[in-house]
Design a protein around this ligand. Sequence first.
Ligand SMILES: [Zn+2]
Length: 107
Amino acid sequence: MSVALRILDDGAWVSVNDERRVAVSELWRVPRLSFCDCELSDLVVEGFVDVGVDGRTVETRLYGQCIVCGQSGTTGWLPVGRIVDGEYRDLDREGGAAPTGPTPADT
Ligand SMILES: [Zn+2]
């Protein structure tokens, strides 16, 4: 079983088996980015750099900006989806590890 992973339109899309599945301009919630100091970053995806598969997990490296602190850079490998029975399934990139309680108002 193999999947065809490709980056299209100069990094604007990740294509899985010739279908455009992951787009830039999404906001991803990512813990501990390599290029900034935030515990939990809100990352605006600006362009995909690389895509690969590790076991059944589809991963990508991308260029983006953390809107919490304003730093931009290229990430390490981040999981974006899974291959289940030969089909691509999205991971929940915006929910995930984030706490759901009220935001602390400490400013
Ligand atoms: Zn940050």
